[in-house]
Design a protein around this ligand. Structure first.
Ligand SMILES: [Zn+2]
Length: 126
């Protein structure tokens, strides 16, 4: 999005957050290749900050980090094998933990269903 950071546009986005989000989403749908190019450039430009954020998250969430590492190791050594999403059957899946204290007890879910499962889990905890 050329010029998207112009001051007048920044002000407009702040005043119209709903319209700005809808416009952004529509633009991303029209320009998938540009989205990939920008995402890659952003990732390279912000790698150092990203490493800091990831390490801070790992320090704040040692149990979750250990569970993620256990799943990655189990996938490497064949102890765990990815299964289709339990809800929709998608083959692009993530390991969902109901209990991080049981790192290899996972439910395979696609990203949208994983997000919903985590949201439901957070509601139950509170
Ligand atoms: Zn799914």
């Amino acid at each position: 999005m050329a010029g998207a950071d112009a001051p007048y546009l920044r002000k407009w986005r702040k005043r119209n957050p709903g319209k700005a989000a809808a416009y952004c989403l529509a633009w991303r749908k029209r320009n998938p290749r540009k989205v990939v190019t920008y995402s890659r450039a952003y990732k390279v430009k912000h790698r150092a900050e990203s490493v800091v954020l990831i390490n801070a998250w790992r320090i704040r969430n040692p149990l979750k980090h250990a569970a993620h590492r256990s799943v990655a190791a189990a996938l490497r050594n064949g102890k765990l094998i990815k299964q289709p999403c339990q809800i929709c059957g998608s083959l692009i899946v993530q390991a969902h933990h109901e209990d991080y204290a049981k790192p290899l007890k996972v439910v395979w879910l696609c990203k949208p269903h994983h997000v919903k499962a985590d949201a439901r889990k957070r509601m139950e905890v509170k």
